[in-house]
Write a protein that binds this ligand. Structure first.
Ligand code: CP3
Length: 354
């Protein structure tokens, strides 16, 4: 095991005994924090923030100064990969991500720039190295990427979508074209995560935010197969230890037995899945990460504590659980309610590890 002052996050992912359930939060560095909003203002735009090593490192550290999290996550975005491939990412205030060019046909796929993460996404690797230095061995750093399917949804739709009409039309009417795009993305993501690991990421998470929009067969063919291909390609060791892979499909609760067979060390689950039931399905194959509804953070510290207690009881005794939200924290949450959340996990979980 990499030498770390606090390694309970990595231990839980590898289902080794821990003293309490580790916790981190998806989007823990983000707009609910006033200091994040201030740094983002200084940077000019979200993308400028991602590309500025010092400021990306600063915002990664901000939640750690407030809360005793058991892991840090690289500050970046999943859409940096299609941006590097030449699609031109930008963010329209209040509208989310957009691409200047989208993928409509075979020639668009052929014209995608083939990338080498170490060179074409060097700003991400610089951020990883700077954050590792700043963390100084206190807690592990998580690297991440989008899943091929989730990246494809943004690339084909040209931005966010409600019904995924364009990307699903391509998947169901021109499956060969979709598979060629997904294959290119899988290889790029494997290279990208590999580069993050070489730069110092101690665990990686694949965000499959839109896998849950597919049918069961569609999910297996267009999303799961390519995440499996990434995991197979990843050289999952660093300094002689395993680098755990977390696979998070939002809305993937009904496919857990299949996800557990990909070689991932842990499965992220959203709040619509019952964690007790999830554990009984995956057994000792993988760890679980999740799964409090982020909206609970809009309620009271008392209600938050009750929900934490329910989830801990649902998972039950023993290792193999990393506490998290079931999706990213929502802007507008009171930062004090996050303290109540983190405290509750730290205070209520030790009895499950006796
Ligand atoms: O978890 C973390 O703290 C690490 C940082 C992180 C961000 N994006 C920062 C961010 C991570 C892991 C992501 C992943 C990401 N990005 C996903 C997958 C996870 C998920 O939420 O399902 C997706 C789908 C994206 C694409 C993307 N980037 C969207 C949909 C948005 C939100 C647009 C909006 O205005 O709400 C972003 C922007 C983004 N990425 C922000 C942050 C902190 C907000 C940017 C800002 O306005 O400051």
């Amino acid at each position: 095991m990499v030498s770390l002052k606090n390694d309970r996050f990595l231990r839980a992912l590898l289902r080794k005994p821990v003293d309490r359930t580790p916790i981190w939060m998806m989007r823990q560095a983000g707009r609910y924090l006033p200091e994040y909003r201030e740094t983002r203002r200084l940077a000019g735009s979200f993308l400028d923030l991602c590309k500025n090593t010092e400021l990306a490192c600063e915002v990664t550290m901000q939640p750690l100064r407030r809360y005793s999290m058991d892991a840090a996550i690289l500050f970046s975005d999943i859409l940096t990969v299609p941006d590097a491939m030449g699609l031109g990412l930008y963010f329209e205030e209040g509208e989310g991500p957009r691409f200047r060019k989208s993928i409509n046909n075979e020639s668009d796929v052929r014209n995608l720039k083939s990338i080498k993460a170490e060179d074409d996404l060097s700003y991400v690797m610089n951020a990883v190295r700077a954050i590792r230095k700043e963390l100084n061995g206190d807690i592990p750093l998580i690297g991440f990427s989008g899943s091929p399917w989730t990246l494809a949804t943004y690339m084909v739709e040209g931005g966010s979508s409600k019904d995924f009409a364009k990307v699903k039309t391509m998947a169901y009417s021109q499956p060969e074209l979709m598979h060629s795009l997904l294959g290119i993305l899988a290889d790029a993501v494997a290279d990208y995560l590999g580069a993050q690991i070489s730069a110092g990421a101690q665990a990686v998470q694949i965000f499959d935010t839109w896998g849950g929009s597919l049918s069961s067969q569609g999910y297996k063919d267009f999303s799961l197969a390519y995440m499996k291909r990434i995991i197979e390609q990843l050289s999952v060791t660093l300094e002689g230890s395993s680098v755990p892979v977390i696979l998070f499909t939002k809305g993937g609760g009904q496919w857990l037995p299949f996800i557990a067979e990909t070689g991932a060390h842990a499965i992220g689950i959203d709040w619509t899945t019952d964690i007790k039931n999830a554990r009984s399905q995956v057994g000792d194959l993988v760890a679980l990460q999740g799964n409090m509804d982020p909206a609970i953070l809009f309620s009271s510290p008392k209600r938050i504590r009750e929900e934490v207690a329910n989830i801990l009881e649902g998972f039950g005794k023993g290792t193999g659980h990393v506490f998290n939200l079931g999706h990213g924290i929502t802007p507008g949450v009171d930062p004090d309610n996050v303290s109540a959340f983190v405290d509750a996990v730290q205070e209520l979980s030790p009895k499950y590890h006796l």
